[in-house]
Design a protein around this ligand. Structure first.
Ligand code: ACO
Length: 326
């Protein structure tokens, strides 16, 4: 059977670093509170004029270079983002123009923090059905522009960045073994950015009520995330008859170290088989898994033939996983 394979990875984070100590000067918080509750020490901030497509462009160039490809070789571009350049056109179309990917169709996927893994299932489906030969998938976010910098419960959590992969048909037995995507809209109020859409179009009242910023019920989200992710990772391995001991690396969404540790514990995985970088970048939403994947590849934490699992959880609610033989 035809498989889809990630042939290259790339990532980009903006230069500006915002540390927990910097945040102490903005809101009533402390480095100690943030690090103990989340595992985050610092995050990257986009420059005032940098958009999701700018970050996506840099990550895409790195992934294309790593594969030795030109933008014209692409036939599909999928961008996972919840912080697009604008409501429309899609960030994928803006990226298509920036890259000069003249042969590619382009569209966005919005599944909040699960967006990249959702996008991977889309890329996999296009490749397996032979509807596409070469897909560029990017997760790119500039949450810093949608944070209420007076709300300490959200502004300390998120960061900006982008990660990209090129997906092609697989030769041999390496490639994406399975992808799994899920949703539950009954929890839509746990994480949202309510303003700017057709429910709350732009208005003075909307701005006054700060509807254009991310809102999150952190503690409730935390509880659902732990329960959901523990089941997700166990089910993903079971469906493929793979034991946790066979998993070389788990690459989780980088939202909270306590959530990551609980998920690893459920699988009985030691933390040296779990990739984390949230200390440096915070929660970069749809960009977190591909940035981590790129760092894992470039630091040789993943070798040919390794079983690797990606997993994510986010607004929607949505959650998703992918099992890969590298
Ligand atoms: N600094 C200091 N104190 C704070 C801060 C802060 N930055 N933020 C909140 N507090 C206080 C609260 O006010 C509360 O005080 P109180 O007890 O006097 O009321 C206390 O700390 C505890 O607050 P909780 O919200 O219960 O803290 P919790 O341990 O749950 O940690 C956190 C909060 C880090 C947000 C955690 O709940 C979490 O990580 N949730 C999951 C987030 C997630 O996974 N989201 C999914 C992806 S996001 C997306 O899709 C876009």
């Amino acid at each position: 059977m035809l498989r889809a394979r990630i042939v290259s990875t790339g990532s980009y984070v903006p230069e500006k670093i915002l540390t927990n100590h910097d945040l102490e000067k903005i809101v009533d918080t402390s480095d100690e509170w943030i690090f103990e509750r989340t595992g985050i020490r610092q995050r990257r901030m986009a420059a005032p004029k940098q958009t999701a497509s700018d970050l996506a462009y840099e990550a895409s160039k790195a992934a294309l270079d790593a594969a030795g490809l030109k933008p014209s070789n692409l036939d599909l571009i999928v961008v996972a983002t919840s912080t697009p350049d604008m409501l429309f056109p899609s960030t994928a179309c803006i990226l298509q123009e920036k890259l000069g990917a003249k042969n590619a169709a382009a569209f966005d996927v919005n599944a909040a923090c699960s967006g990249f893994v959702y996008g991977l299932s889309v890329a996999e489906a296009y490749i397996k059905s032979s509807l596409a030969e070469r897909v560029l998938l990017v997760g790119s976010e500039v949450f810093s522009k949608f944070l209420d910098w007076e709300d300490r419960t959200t502004c300390v959590l998120f960061g900006d960045g982008a990660g990209a992969v090129v997906v092609e048909p697989a030769k041999g037995d390496s490639g994406i073994i399975s992808t799994h995507i899920y949703s539950d809209g009954k929890h839509q109020d746990l994480i949202m950015l309510p303003g700017g859409g057709s429910k709350y179009p732009p208005s003075e009242e909307s701005l006054k009520k700060k509807r254009h910023y991310i809102k999150m019920k952190g503690n409730e989200t935390f509880k659902v995330a732990v329960k959901t992710l523990e089941k997700l990772v166990v089910d993903t391995l079971k469906k493929n008859n793979i034991k946790p001991s066979q998993l070389a690396l788990l690459i989780p969404h980088q939202a909270n170290m306590r959530i990551i540790k609980a998920t690893a514990k459920r699988l009985g995985l030691p933390m040296d088989r779990v990739f984390t970088n949230l200390e440096k970048y915070g929660n970069t939403s749809a960009a977190s898994v591909p940035i981590a994947l790129d760092e894992a590849v470039r630091t040789q934490r993943i070798k040919k033939g390794d079983y690797v699992m990606l997993e994510a959880f986010g607004g929607g609610l949505t959650w998703a996983s992918a099992l890969i033989k590298w």
